[in-house]
Write a protein that binds this ligand. Sequence first.
Ligand code: GDP
Length: 429
Amino acid sequence: MYRVVIVGRPNVGKSSLFNRLVGRKSAVVADTPGVTRDLKEEVVETDTGRFLLVDTGGLWSGDRWEKKIQEKVDRALEEADLVLFAVDGRADLTPADHEVAEYLRRKGKPVLLVATKVDHPTHEHYLGPLYALGFGDPIPTSSEHARGLEDLIEAIWQRLPVRQEESEPEVAAIRLAIVGRPNAGKSSLLNAILGEERVIVSEEPGTTRDTIDVPVDIGGQRFILLDTAGIRKRPETFVEELAIRRSLRAIGEADVVLLVVDPFQVGDRELKLANEALEKGKPVVLVITKWDLVPKEEAQRMRRLLKEKLAHLDHLPRVYTSALTRQNLERIFQEAVRLHELNHTRIPTSELNRWVGVWTSRVQMPNFKGKPLKILYATQPEVAPPTFVFFVNHPEFVTRAFENYLKNRIGEDLGLKEVPFRLVFRGRR
Ligand code: GDP
């Protein structure tokens, strides 16, 4: 059964939430020291299914987030499928809340941020600061008034991982879309990757297998090559229109996009495909293939030429390879892993805000009728792509130039320029 564990500093209302979710009133509601010294576990029945709810509330003693407690929560978390991070929706965040947040981040379990004690819809206006915890949208609940519980249960089911077959390995596979213009060399590359002997797609006329995702293991890392049927050509029936639609779908499902580039045919199509991917938040590796056709003495000149033609994509990593000689084939996957990890970078809120201080001190802030733009604080609630939310006094004061300045700083100072991170500006709440 799924295990959902409630974590949060003392007195945020964990026990009340627990009791509400298991659907009965209990006499013990506060995180009173000494009441219980252990975990409470109950099965929660919902329309979608059942899960085991675990309350760590009983572990707390004082009002500090102590090492001893952490260790006990550690054990509870080891088996958790999802963490409900409870914070008081009516009080300011405390250092203990931030400590719990940092701790949960280190644990890497999926977390749902739950704001408690939001007894009235109007209280939801106060939830803005909770974004600073870096766990995305808080879900407002009130145990007292039984508000938001259905939404919470729905969110729980959405976030619970889909149960995989037992044989599924621990390391998650990285999903790769191989895209590029017709004849760029995609299917040749695919064959080179998979090795000759491995026949994966039947090309007999009439076979209409729609999408074929092929798992491969390279250097101990699992990858899934998406929609390989769309990569393999089917001469009679293959229409470009369809090819484009398929590659767009593969991009949508991918973690990383491999854009296959024929060095002798570079143009708008490459830029278009790359932008398509980047706009969807997918990192792109430029895979320049057919490199065996470039004479050694021409390589330098060719690289420069490509650099010019792909100037807009200058920040993307590129691998020079060949399906024929198989040079640098492994590099493609090393770069894919590196970008995948980079796209999952999490900048701690404190570090981010330190940088914001530096960045804003180095420029004249945009202003409107003498009133300057102010960044109140920043947080990164999401990864893949890393998304930075800046809470500002007046979002409409943010100029294009200032936004570009921030983008450049994030790219350089946080080392994220190779991945398609996003910026969001929000008004004060
Ligand atoms: P796709 O449409 O992108 O799948 O492109 P193909 O893989 O069918 O390749 C198009 C043409 O380029 C074919 O004639 C291939 O033989 C040739 N080709 C592909 N990759 C290479 C390569 O690395 N070196 C050389 N010399 N030719 C290649």
